[in-house]
Design a protein around this ligand. Structure first.
Ligand code: ADP
Ligand code: MG
Length: 623
């Protein structure tokens, strides 16, 4: 080993602009936690070993096919050298130039952006930008990577750089398969030329690497070598769980919940799953798609497996590893082996169970989960894939009686009168305005609890929500409610006399024409003038609402307009000349307002000119 690089046969190549900038920062900034470099190099070695192992599932025809899959580290204190060698997949000349010279470009740019806007120490997660290798320049005067590909005819190649603008490529001296990284430490990084120090770092950050890491002259294995998900829960600290999550996702926020399970029946599996803090992936998220990482006996088979969880649980992140998956099979065969549905059932069951436990144990924490991910569970109900029932206990609602807190369906049932076999709900656009809906007049007065469905997903959810524990769901906008104690005589005295009222209905019919299916008196209204009701059993308007939410063309659903015969405005209307312009304007406005509170008005601002006319008329009257 020599410090100099006077290799006459070396070709020199220039790093791309962003990589130069990245190297410049790494070399000249003062970082606290420079030991990151070791984790990054070991993670690369582990990747290379994994890839070799994967390759060998189908191709035994590789260099050194019998060699142990391992990582070896040697240290020379005197000369401040560290050597890390793996027996992984190796690189050809083209690959080494591409991997360590060219492709880091976009990752380097993102890393630079992140470091610029964010004062946080991004070196901790540098690996997630796909530029982990370069972290070695935090501690190195120079680095030489010598590699020999697993391909039988490939030649060894050597890559050398000091962190300046260029790197050198030359023929390498290496007879065995794999990659050797020689690091000449900077003077101020001499501390790392120490076995004890390196072992320590490995314990902290790389204990779970799935291949033996041997350190020092005696080549002692340092790491535990079981992956974190295969370790027993007692052995893992909160910090290690979080570290693992951070490394896997590069989310900076800690996960809300983690689920670590080991089962033997009906299938053998290890799973380490996380529910993120937010439903949106962060800008830097490493996870580019939904899906879990699927391992078979510690070998990564699929980075984004979507068959392990139903779609509505796609926000869950993590790893599933099963001994039962046949090893020497392609990804495609894994999908078609009958095992996947079994794994899915177990994994799904575990997630739902954990959520139920959380809901029972920590209502506040569950509420924050619900606010973030409730829409997904509602989608699960809508899709109605057989596990709808297991989602029911997880649903949360605001109600007219408890508008500030989240109630479960069980809470609701626990509060209703014994003979009430119906769970009432109202649909609207937002929790505040829905409370003013005329549909609630009657229920508020009677003290009946009604679920407030004001979320975009609610209309979809309703497509799969029929019953809960013998209780039928019913929209309060439905015209008839079979209610024996309906107090018909309630406000008989204050009502408009029947003949006048019939005449009024005629006027409404003339003005509104085809826009409503019927117009009639209602006993259900107290504060409100009117409401738009659905005929019993008509699901039509819910579908129109779905279309509206989807931004599709939708028709204003035709409904029954119910009028409050005791309302002052209607009494005044009766007194007005039937053919007066103002009368027609008011009728139009009553209908439009009813549409508006239903959240069905296609163009609310179109009401403004009419409202102005009505105001003018009202003011004219005052004088
Ligand atoms: P990442 O690991 O995210 O791809 P790195 O900067 O850590 O980014 O490494 C860049 C690339 O260099 C790797 O993707 C890999 O192709 C190659 N590489 C690095 N170290 C090794 C190694 N020990 N064996 C084989 N290839 C390696
Ligand atoms: Mg890496």
């Amino acid at each position: 080993m020599s410090d100099s690089n006077t290799n006459l046969n070396a070709e020199s190549f220039s790093f791309k602009a962003e990589t130069k900038q990245l190297l410049n920062i790494l070399i000249h900034s003062l970082y606290k936690d420079r030991d990151v470099f070791l984790r990054e190099l070991l993670s690369n070695a582990s990747d290379a070993l994994n890839r070799l192992r994967f390759e060998m599932l189908t191709n035994q025809n590789v260099l050194d096919s019998k060699a142990e899959l391992a990582i070896r580290i040697n240290v020379d204190k005197e000369s401040r050298m560290i050597t890390i060698q793996d027996s992984g997949i190796g690189m050809t000349k083209d690959e080494i130039m591409e991997n360590l010279g060219t492709i880091a470009q976009s990752g380097a740019r993102k890393f630079l952006e992140a470091t610029k806007d964010n004062k946080g120490d991004f070196t901790q997660v540098i690996g997630q930008f796909g530029v982990g290798f370069y972290s070695v320049f935090m501690v190195a005067d120079w680095v030489r990577v010598t590699s020999r590909s697993h391909a039988l005819q490939a030649q060894a190649v050597s890559w050398y750089a000091t962190g300046d603008d260029s790197y050198q490529i030359s023929a390498g001296e290496m007879s065995e398969r794999g990659t050797r990284i020689e690091i000449k430490l900077k003077e101020d990084a001499a501390e790392f030329a120490d076995e004890y120090r390196l072992k320590n770092i490995i314990h902290r950050h790389s204990d779970y690497i799935g291949f033996p890491i041997y350190v020092g002259d005696e080549q002692q294995q340092v790491n535990k070598q079981t992956s974190i998900w295969r370790s027993s829960r007692q052995e893992i600290t909160d910090e290690q769980y979080k570290d693992f999550y951070r490394q896997m996702t590069m989310e900076f926020e800690d996960p809300q919940t983690r689920i670590h399970v080991v089962t033997d029946a009906p299938v053998q599996l290890y799973a380490l799953l996380f529910i993120p803090a937010k439903h949106e992936r962060s800008m830097f998220s490493l996870r580019k798609e939904d899906g879990l990482k699927l391992y078979s006996r510690n070998i990564l088979i699929d980075d984004y497996n979507k068959d392990l969880l139903p779609e509505y649980l796609r926000f869950v992140q993590g790893v599933v590893d099963s001994e039962d998956l046949p090893l020497n099979v392609s990804r495609e065969t894994v999908q078609s082996s009958g095992l996947m549905p079994k794994l899915k059932k177990v994994v799904t069951g575990q997630v739902l169970k954990e959520l139920e436990t959380l809901a029972k144990k920590d209502a506040d924490k569950y509420s924050s989960f619900w606010i973030e991910f409730g829409a997904y569970l509602k989608q699960g109900i809508a899709a109605n894939q057989g596990d709808g029932e297991s989602i029911h206990p997880l649903l949360r609602f605001k109600t007219n009686r408890q508008p500030e807190t989240w109630s479960s369906l069980d809470d609701y049932i626990g509060r209703i009168k014994d003979d009430q076999k119906i769970i009432y709900y109202i649909i609207g656009d937002d929790p505040k305005s829905v409370l003013r809906s005329p549909h609630l007049d009657y229920f508020d007065k009677k003290g009946t609890e009604v679920l407030l469905l004001t979320d975009a997903m609610d209309s979809f959810m309703l497509m799969g929500l029929r019953n809960f524990k013998e209780h039928e769901f019913k929209n309060v906008a439905q015209a008839e409610i079979n209610d024996n104690e309906q107090t018909k005589e309630d406000n008989e005295a204050q009502k408009i006399p029947e003949s006048d009222f019939n005449e009024l209905i005629e006027r409404f019919k003339q003005t509104l024409g085809e826009r409503v299916t019927d117009i009639r008196a209602s006993n259900r209204l107290s504060q409100s003038i009117a409401r738009l009701a659905d005929a019993e059993g008509s699901a039509n308007s819910d579908m129109q609402r779905v279309y509206k939410l989807l931004g599709k063309e939708y028709e204003i659903p035709k409904k029954i307009l119910e009028l409050n015969p005791a309302h002052d405005i209607l009494k005044k209307l009766v007194e007005m000349k039937p053919d007066s312009e103002l009368s027609a304007l008011v009728i139009e406005q009553i209908y439009d307002s009813a549409l508006l509170v239903e959240g069905l008005h296609p163009d609310p601002s179109s009401m403004a000119p009419r409202i102005q006319q009505i105001i003018e008329a009202a003011l004219a009257n005052k004088t």
